[in-house]
Structures are given as C-alpha cells and as structure tokens.
Design a protein around this ligand. Structure first.
Ligand code: SF4
Length: 290
C-alpha cells in the first residue's frame, strides 16, 4: 500500500563523504521500496522500516524540507540517493518526488550521485545533465549478468538488459555513469561467467567505472526474508548458507579473491577503473572560469 507521511527532516549528513560513493548528504524521499530485492538490507530492524515489503511511504513534504535544508548546508557536498530505497521505483513515475528534488538540487548547484536499478532515470536526463555541470553521477546496480537471474533476485526491478540500455543512453549523452556490482550473492552470483558477463555488458554500454563487492550481509529480519526467498526460488541453498555462515553478519562470496582478480583484469583490458571520481570543489571552480 502507498501512504503519505510527513517527515521532520530530510537530509542526513556524514562528517565527510564516504570513500566508495562520495556521498555527504543522504536523501531518502520514500521509505520502503517496490523493487523487492530478495537480499535488501533496508529490511534490517535497525532501520525501523516496518512492513518493508508491504508499504511504501511517500514523504509528502520532502520538497518543502529540501528547499529549507539545502541552502543551509555550509559545505557543498554530494547529495546521494538510492541507498535505502530506489529513487526510481515504479511509483516515482507518477509521484515525481525524485524529479522535483533534482530540480531543487540543480537550482542550488549541489552535486548529486543517484544509485538505481531503473531505466526510469532516463526521464530526468535533462536535469542530470544540468547538475552535471557541477557534478552528477548515475550508478546502475547490477548483480546478475542474465535477465532471468536478475528477475529472480530483484523481482520488482527492471531486468539487467534494461539497466544497461539506460546506462548506454546516459553515457551517449555524456553523463558520468557506471555500475555498482554489489552484492554478489554467495552460491548464486559468485562465478566467473556472471562477473565476466557484467563487465562485458558494462564495457559495451560505456560504463566509466565499476564498484564491485563480493558477498553480502545477513542480519535479523533481512536474513529471515532472504532465507524464505531462497527456499522459494533456490531450494536447498538455505542449508548451504546456514552451514557456511551460521549467525555471521558478513557472508563472503566463494572464491572472492579469484573473482576480484578476474574483474580487475577484465576492467583493465576495457580501461574501466574500479573506483569512481568524486565531486571535487576545485573542478567546479575551474568549470566556472570558462
Ligand atoms: S532497489 Fe535497493 S532499496 Fe530497493 S529493494 Fe532493491 S536493494 Fe532494496
């Protein structure tokens, strides 16, 4: 069910940008996510999102809050969206909060990093290009090279081929775009064929970076949902997880170091870095000089 809520605040700030994604201000316009990825960590109890798979809460006053909060930020840092929910889940097509938030970000000349699994992001290519004069990055999360497997593990999201088509379209417009290849699920996605398939498609689409992570995290109700989904979709795998990982939080991929080497070799061959370039205020200063 979709419900409207009134939020007290909107942006949460980190002391300094995180080393992977370069995000300083986290923006969540929704609570809950329609993409229903079987591994999603946002289900964990610590985030206090009850009924994650049932309700999506829309922060009805989000744009008002953003208009008030953004100009008060003394440090211009990257606004990131896509960690706790997908800013381009299906309801965004009608609600339009992400688009309106991007317009506010463009107006205040803040940098942005959007992380998504949806080609709906193409709708906002105009605003992203405008923000890109300061800094804009769009990362597509891809964990499965193959559409059928992506539909198994990310049932509510557009399949892998649509994500890569969207990445190619943004790259063709000159936008800074790449792949977050995480999580790579143990016993399901941690094989050379899958990793090589993702890298090959990323290279063909024009990805400017790939950020990989081999393995996943498992805790409380996120683990419970994941195990239920394994029973439904991959019979027998839950037992393998229980034996291998027990109660551990961190579940590393099988042969993680070999996969890491394979990915590094392939990326080097295609000239794709395994790090992304973050917003740097100096770049912006240089840009405004011309
Ligand atoms: S798209 Fe992201 S936030 Fe949404 S269910 Fe999947 S992992 Fe969770």
């Amino acid at each position: 069910m979709i419900k409207e809520i009134t939020a007290k605040t909107l942006l949460s700030s980190a002391k300094r940008p995180d080393p992977w994604f370069g995000i300083k201000y986290t923006l969540n316009l929704y609570r809950g996510c329609q993409h229903r990825c079987i591994y999603c960590d946002s289900r964990s109890a610590c985030y206090r999102i009850e009924n994650f798979d049932g309700d999506v809460l829309v922060k009805a006053n989000a744009i008002e809050l953003l208009r008030a909060e953004l100009p008060r930020k003394r440090v211009r840092g990257t606004v990131g969206t896509g960690s706790m929910n997908d800013p381009y889940m299906p309801l965004e097509a009608t609600v339009g909060l992400t688009r309106r938030a991007l317009a506010v970000i463009a107006e205040h000349r803040f940098p942005v990093h959007v992380i998504t699994k949806s080609d709906l992001v193409l709708r906002d290519a105009d605003l992203l290009a405008e923000i890109g004069r300061v800094y804009a990055a769009v990362s597509f999360t891809v964990t499965a090279a193959d559409d059928a497997l992506s539909k198994q593990v990310e049932p509510g999201a557009p399949p892998t081929s649509r994500r890569f088509a969207a990445l190619a379209a943004l790259a063709a417009r000159g936008l800074y775009t790449g792949v977050t290849m995480m999580p790579i699920l143990p016993f399901i996605e941690d094989n050379a064929e899958n990793i090589a398939g993702i890298v090959a498609q990323a290279a063909a689409a024009g990805a400017r970076y790939i950020l990989p992570a081999y393995g996943m995290t498992l805790r409380d109700r996120q683990r419970a949902t994941y195990y239920e989904q394994l029973d439904r979709r991959f019979p027998g795998l839950r037992q393998k997880y229980e034996v291998r990982f027990g109660d551990r939080y961190s579940a590393a991929a099988d042969h993680a170091s070999q996969l890491e080497r394979l990915c590094a070799d392939l990326c080097q061959r295609h000239g794709i870095p395994l790090r992304m370039t973050h917003y740097a205020p100096e770049t912006e200063k240089q840009l405004t000089l011309f």
